[in-house]
Design a protein around this ligand. Structure first.
Ligand code: SAM
Length: 294
């Protein structure tokens, strides 16, 4: 790994996650999205002296190398390159039949966003990629260059909540081939009215980039699949905690926690404090929901 990367990922709602998830001191917990290991470390720390352990998984092998270094001091953590969609397979291999807690922290890690070479960021000029799992086939290049205009517009509208989705999709199609993040930013710029480019609080390409990333990584499909089997992996009283960053994700989680007879939601969602948002602006749209296996 030779990418330039200096910024550490700050785990979102860290204390809230650990306080709500870790209920059994000698329990087995799965961090389904280890990233750089921020949440994994705090959970492992809490249960280190009491015989608890954490199984951590991520699809991104580069991010996992960082997590391995960050978690070296924790003998109660095991890390695996796995998708949370395949968690039942992994638990079977490990002969773990039920777990006491499951954590999913959705979205993108700072390494993926700020490190060079993965094509997630509109601030760098890189090949269009955006895959979290470097072995998966679908890339942002494929989505941007081959999807029909209507399908692109729907993705940008639904996953990006971008009002100008149709205009952006049209401009993308007109400007093909689009090979780099910079070229994609330019196609978006051409589609937007002047004031949208200059007056938005966040960069004008944010929503479109988010939408394409969600499509490339099948983020909503994966979450829906996970929600369908996850309760069966939990012991009675076991907890499931999910941090979402997008209203579509949160809607899936809220609906599952409320309507799944295997689960009982624990309170309403938890949002970051003003202090946390000031310290870590990435947390601003985070919502943590927790449910208990009944
Ligand atoms: N909680 C982590 C921390 O504090 O360092 C950050 C997690 S980051 C927001 C989300 C992570 O989920 C990324 O590293 C990404 O590669 C991973 N991810 C995305 N889809 C996944 C999947 N289907 N299975 C496992 N990990 C996945």
């Amino acid at each position: 790994m030779n990418r330039i990367y200096s910024e550490r990922h700050i785990p979102v709602l860290l204390k809230e996650v650990v306080d709500n998830l870790v209920w059994k001191p000698d329990g087995v917990y799965v961090d389904c999205t280890v990233g750089e290991g921020g949440h994994t470390k705090a959970i492992a720390e809490r249960i280190l002296e009491t015989g608890g352990r954490v199984i951590g998984i991520d699809v991104d092998s580069e991010v996992l190398q960082i997590a391995e270094r960050n978690l070296e001091a924790y003998p109660n953590v095991q890390l695996f390159k796995f998708s949370y969609v395949d968690l039942p397979v992994l638990l079977n291999l490990l002969q773990v039949h039920k777990v006491d807690g499951l954590l999913v922290d959705l979205g993108v890690s700072t390494y993926q966003l700020k490190g060079e070479g993965r094509g997630f960021s509109f601030n760098q000029d890189e090949p269009l990629d955006m895959r979290m799992n470097l072995e998966s086939e679908l890339t942002a290049h494929h989505v941007v260059n081959t999807y029909p205009e209507d399908r692109l517009a729907d993705i940008i509208y639904n996953y990006g909540e971008e009002r100008f989705a149709r205009r952006i999709a049209h401009s993308i199609v007109q400007n093909r081939p689009i090979n780099t993040t910079r070229e994609l930013v330019e196609a978006i710029r051409k589609a937007l009215p002047y004031k949208e480019i200059h007056n938005r609080k966040r960069h004008f390409a944010t929503k479109t980039f988010q939408a394409i990333r969600i499509e490339v990584n099948k983020e909503l499909e994966n979450l829906a699949k996970f929600l369908s089997f996850a309760p069966d992996l939990l012991t009675t009283g076991g907890r499931i905690a999910i941090i979402s960053f997008h209203s579509l994700e949160d809607r899936l989680v809220k609906h599952a926690f409320k309507n799944d007879p295997r689960l009982e939601p624990l309170g309403d969602f938890i949002a970051p404090s003003m202090e946390e948002i000031a310290e870590n602006p990435r947390s601003r749209s985070a919502k943590l929901r927790v449910a208990k296996r009944v």
